[in-house]
Design a protein around this ligand. Sequence first.
Ligand SMILES: [Zn+2]
Length: 243
Amino acid sequence: MIPAYLTIDDIPSKLTPSIVDFLNKKKIEPVMFCWCERVQYFRENAIYALKHGILIQNHSLTHPHFSELTLEQAIEEIEKAEEILEALYKDAGVKRPYKLFRFPFGDKGGKNEAALQEYLKEHGFTQLDHSNILPAEYEKGGVQKNQGDGYDTKWTFDYAEWQVRPNTGFTVEDSISKANVRFGSPYGDAPDCGAAPEGTKAEQLILIHDHEETEAMYKGYFETLINALLMRGIRFVKPVARK
Ligand SMILES: [Zn+2]
């Protein structure tokens, strides 16, 4: 068994409720990172996730490359997204237990990186408890050396299924091969056994996206990719914040 957190970026979309239903059925609790300008189109779907026990966190307003922004613009991206998130939680009648932020594209802001980390710290952002995630696992996930620390949320494995687009030549099968290389061939575990026992600590932080464009290329991609991880012995754990 490989314990892991599941994180889902770029919600909400028209797919979000079906993702929520699938994960609830599997007893898997993810963290969803919100591309907040999209809430104006799919507000009810974000509320649906919250009402079904799923955490939604900050992934900026317009999903920019933070290294291309001034510090003021970068902070505005985070703050405007916070306003939208607060309103969502209020409307859903759900309390947000802690605050997480994930940089779009893992772009930590270039020359403003240190200032943005300071901003996140001062404004109460934390990370998931990653005390069992080895720094080398972040490096395998493409996150730079020593970047596991700080106040933003990274990942150790990106399925990269966002590359499944017309004319890229990258397929959902290529995403599954990526998981094979990373986690080995199928263990043959029961695929409907979705979550690790309460209190188990995450050793991996897995990233997958909520993208209608991927669904258009491969119907049911989300379920296929989650089932592929379960077959490889990944067991998802409940998200908890770092102490
Ligand atoms: Zn994103």
